[in-house]
Design a protein around this ligand. Sequence first.
Ligand code: ZN
Length: 135
Amino acid sequence: MLTLNKKAREEIIGHCLRSSPNEACGILAGRDSKVEKVYEMANAEASPETFLMDPKEQLKVMKEMRVLGLEMAAIYHSHVASEARPSSRDIELALYPDASYLIVSLKDRKNPSLRSFKIVEGKVKEEEVKIVDSL
Ligand SMILES: [Zn+2]
């Protein structure tokens, strides 16, 4: 289960909407799968169908998280025109078995949907996304 407060949910969705028509991506930092900080990242591929976090920017964020004592709870990205389900490329590029993969679908822009998955060695398992008022 991935736990987000409403503010983090709004930040993530806002970033995804702003980045559209390209996919947005970012890192959710926290403890015990509870998200405390949203890092909006650049999509190095600037594409409506794929994303790639810039390795240098990712390294910088990872260092900051270490200093703050936070873990990489999740990696999020948007699907601008398709369902919030991992694509075959998403599954192939999911390199962090301990992290959650949160996908925001903007298929219905007025009502974006969020779904979260664990992806371990090519196997995808959906998990609950819990939205709370505050952590
Ligand atoms: Zn995707």
